[in-house]
Structure formats: structure tokens, C-alpha cells
Design a protein around this ligand. Structure first.
Ligand code: CA
Length: 240
């Protein structure tokens, strides 16, 4: 038997929360619910969760602040944000804080269950990848995929989970062209519904972190009308 995953549902709408708890329970997840942001942080501190489903509009402390606190503490925690707003800025903000994914209300329960399954699968992929090769170096850069710390020779910093996943995927496909669609599918597990500019924004962030000169990238190369390539010199490395 696979171990049971524990999920925290943070949702103030009674009927929606009840439906989520029931359906996630039916899928075999162990579920707890918080009805506001304060309770969410309280439960987070006293339990171990594998994934958090987090509404943005909440009493006391909103979902963004809850996400910031949890991800500051545990950057690898998968967070699925629920938003009633359709504003792209909200979605981008959530993803930039380090939330893994989002759904706009109203959504189909089936869609949510698919996302949850995808996020847990992605977490397992990332976990096994970072267990087998936690530290990767290229140029003056060094990334620890286990604790998300990184250094570029110029500065030390911490990646978000999503940045780390994107970088990990590019490293696993080094010196090959990967399309934006492929990145969306594997790193975000989304189809075309999210703007492909999200990928471009994240690539720009990786360039700012790791490129000696971000405007003249040598690692994160744009391939016109095709996508991106993580280009590394394979000779002389300690990786086979
Ligand atoms: Ca709400």
C-alpha cells in the first residue's frame, strides 16, 4: 500500500470545504480543514502535511500571507491556491511566492483531484531526483536541490520550489531544446491555459540568478520559435 498523503484544506466557504473534504477523503487522502488563515498556520505548526489547498480570500490572514509563511519555512511544500478572482496578477503573485499551482473558482472537483495527484507525483519526482543528485554545479554556480539554497559566486540565495523544479528539468534535458509547452506540462503540469509568458518570466529569473551577464545568457539560451536550451559544457564535469 502506498503511504497515505495528508492534505490541509484552507477554505472559509462551508459548502465548498465540505465537498472538498468528502471527495479528497474518498480518494484516500487524510484531510484536515482550517476555516481561516490563523487556524491554517496553527494546524500547519502542529501537523505534517504533504500538500496544502489554500483559498486566497480568507478571514484574519489571507492566503498569500499564509503561503508566504509556510513556504518561507518549508519551500518544497506543494501549495494549490484557490482564487475567486480572474486577475492574472493574482495568479502570477501566487506562483511567484512559490505556490505550486492554482485553480480559479468555480472549478470541477475532478480537475482539482487531477491537480492534487499531479502535484504529489511531481513532488515525488523532484524528491527522488534531489536524493540521487542533490548538488549540481555549472560555471561558478552551485545549487543544492535538497534545501533550495544556491550561490552564483556573486551572491547566495534561495530558490522557490518552482524555480528549482524548472532548473532541475532543464538540467535533466541539458543541451536539448525544450519547448515552453513541454515546460508548462512537466514543471507546472498545465496545458495552454496558463500564459506561456510565465515560462519566460521564470527563465528570466534563472538568468538573473545564474548568468554572469543576464542580458547575454550563456546557460539559459532562447531558441527562436522553439523554446529554451540549458547549455552546459559537458567535458570536465564530475557527472557522467
Ligand atoms: Ca474565501
Amino acid at each position: 500500500m502506498t503511504p497515505q498523503h495528508k492534505i490541509l484544506v484552507v477554505e472559509d466557504e462551508e459548502s465548498l470545504a465540505t465537498g472538498l473534504l468528502f471527495n479528497l477523503g474518498e480518494e484516500g487522502y487524510d484531510v484536515m480543514r482550517a476555516e481561516d488563515g490563523r487556524k491554517a498556520l496553527e494546524l500547519y505548526r502542529t501537523n505534517r502535511f504533504d500538500l496544502i489547498i489554500l483559498d486566497i480570500m480568507l478571514p484574519y490572514i489571507d492566503g498569500f500571507q499564509v503561503a508566504e509563511q509556510i513556504l518561507g519555512d518549508e519551500p518544497q511544500m506543494p501549495v494549490l491556491m484557490l482564487t475567486a478572482r480572474t486577475s492574472a496578477e493574482d495568479r502570477i503573485k501566487g506562483l511567484e511566492i512559490g505556490a505550486d499551482d492554482y485553480l480559479t473558482k468555480p472549478f470541477h472537483l475532478k480537475e482539482l483531484l487531477l491537480r492534487v495527484r499531479g502535484m504529489l507525483k511531481r513532488k515525488a519526482w523532484y524528491q527522488s531526483a534531489s536524493d540521487s543528485e542533490p548538488v549540481v554545479k555549472f560555471g561558478n554556480n552551485r545549487v543544492n536541490f535538497a534545501d533550495l539554497t544556491a550561490s552564483s559566486g556573486k551572491q547566495n540565495f534561495r530558490l522557490t520550489q518552482r524555480e528549482a523544479m524548472l532548473l532541475r528539468y532543464l538540467i535533466e534535458h541539458k543541451n536539448k531544446v525544450v519547448s515552453r509547452q513541454e515546460l508548462l506540462k512537466h514543471v507546472w503540469q498545465l496545458d495552454a491555459e496558463i500564459d506561456t509568458r510565465t515560462v519566460d518570466n521564470f527563465i528570466m529569473r534563472l538568468r538573473r540568478y545564474f548568468e554572469p551577464n543576464p542580458s547575454q545568457p550563456v546557460y539559459f539560451i532562447s531558441i527562436r520559435s522553439a523554446g529554451y536550451m540549458f547549455r552546459v559544457n559537458c567535458s570536465g564535469g564530475n557527472r557522467s
